[in-house]
Every structure is written in C-alpha cells, then in structure tokens.
Design a protein around this ligand. Structure first.
Ligand code: PGA
Length: 266
C-alpha cells in the first residue's frame, strides 16, 4: 500500500506570532506546487490561532505540540483537545522526549530542568486516546537513549513504548496514526541516525503495530524518522521503504531548509 509521506515541523519554543505568520506565508509560497507529500507545521501554543488563520484554505496543515486529556475543568495551564480542534489543529505531537522525561543529554543541569516534565507512558496513552476522541491525529514519538542503544536495547525500548502508548486503541485508530521514531541521542545534536538503521527501527515499529492491531493497521500507519534531519541528509532517509516522512526540529524554523526537506521526499 502506498503511504503518503508526512513532513512535520516541530517548532518547539520558537517564534513570536509575527515570526510564525511570516514563516507560514513563506512556506505556503515555497511549497505551493508540491503534491503527494503532506506538510504540517506545529507552532507553539501562542501562535496556533494566528497560524490557523494564515493557513485557512491552504495546503499546509496545523499541529500542536501537546494537549491534556480532560475536556474542561479546573486544570490551570492545560489545553484541552477540543480547544485545539476548535482552531483547526489536525495533528498533535505526543510523547516527545523533551516532555517524556527521557532526555539522555550530557548536560546534567539541562537534564535536571527537562526532567520536571517527566511524562510516563500512561500519560502518553491518555493523551493519545484524548486526541482521537477530539478527532485530532496524534504524532506519537518514541526512541531510545544513547546508553540503551549502546546496550543493544533499542528494539526492546521502542517496542515497549509503542505497546504502552498505543494500548487500547482500535485497529482503525492505529491505522490512521503517525509514529515518529526519534532516537534521543540524535535530537538537536547534529548526529543523525544513518538511514538503513533508521529504516530498520521503523520496521520494528511497524511490526509491533502489526502484532497489536493486524496487517491493515501496520501497512497504513505512517512512521516518520526524527532527529537532526537536514536538507543534506533528508533524501536518503525519506527514500527508505519503512520511513514515511520526517519530524523536523531545528531545520523547520527556516523556510528554505524546511522546503528543501519537503521536496526531497518527492
Ligand atoms: P531536531 O529535532 O530536528 O532539531 O533534531 C527533532 C525533534 O525534536 O522533533
């Protein structure tokens, strides 16, 4: 089954409203004639609404970087799935290593700060279910730490995350899902996972989906690679048979770089 490649920009904590709208306008122009690749941008919460207005009627889709699972109530600081749906979000990133509490950075101070978020697989599973209830497609992130890779545990770690994060989904939901394989050691480091190995692990993820939800879900689910994807390495990654797109951090902040990555998927 031919799966449509999906290239998503994870802007993290970057861009004011003005900067976000500028970048979106530039991307709308530069990717206008691109067909056969789905393009998604995930700005920070403060820029989501203006971003949705800038994207109205355009070919680029909008995603958020997080949500909470309750629909409303006394949850100071949290954002409900229905609120994201209301402003036109089609996707939401869930379980990114920067919110999971799986950071594996070499900087102890930074690690300490990041670990305050500490999402567990159960948290991620609740968020995935809540996204589906609201009609938003989750982009579920998984990936191993450097020590886990060195210890030969990559496949077990990734399988364990997928099994826990997707527990209780229907096979139809699993079929429509996007999973991002993001080895933690490759995120923001400039150290990309080589393409055949990224392809192999994406294959392990697909097999896990097959065991849990059957062949239709496994052949339909889109598995992205993420971690230091740049214009000079994206083509090889995006043409691997098990890799159906990319989740791009740093290189999604510049219109030229993100456009080049999108076009390299063709
Ligand atoms: P990066 O980030 O492309 O800057 O490595 C990817 C991500 O964290 O999704």
């Amino acid at each position: 089954m031919a799966r449509t490649s999906i290239i998503a920009g994870n802007w993290k904590m970057h861009k004011t409203v003005l900067e976000a709208v500028e970048l979106i306008n530039a991307l709308v122009d530069s990717t206008e004639r691109v067909e056969g690749v789905e393009i998604v941008v995930c700005p920070p919460f403060t820029a989501l609404y203006p971003a949705s207005q800038a994207l109205a009627g355009e070919h680029i889709k909008l995603g958020a970087q997080n949500l909470f699972w309750e629909e409303k109530g006394a949850w100071t600081s949290q954002i409900a799935p229905g609120m994201l749906k209301d402003i036109g979000c089609k996707y939401v990133i869930i379980g990114h290593s920067e919110t999971r509490g799986r950071f594996g950075t070499v900087d102890a101070e930074l690690e300490k700060v990041l670990s305050y978020f500490s999402e567990a697989d159960e948290t991620i599973n609740r968020k995935v279910k809540a996204a589906f209830r609201a009609g938003i497609t989750p982009i579920v992130c998984c990936g191993e730490l450097l020590e886990e890779r060195k210890g030969g545990k990559t496949d077990d770690v990734v399988r364990g995350q997928i099994e826990a994060d997707l527990a209780g989904m229907s096979s139809e939901q699993a079929a429509s899902l996007v999973i991002a394989y993001e080895p933690v050691w490759a995120i923001g480091t400039g150290e990309v996972c080589d393409a055949p190995e990224a392809n192999r692990v994406c294959g392990v993820i697909r097999e896990t989906v097959r065991e849990m939800f059957g062949s239709h879900a496994a052949e339909s689910v889109r598995v992205q690679y993420g971690g230091s994807v740049k214009p000079d390495n994206s083509r090889e990654l995006l043409h691997q048979p098990e890799i159906d797109g990319a989740l791009v951090g740093g290189a999604s902040l510049k219109a030229d770089d993100f456009t080049a990555i999108v076009k390299s998927a063709l």
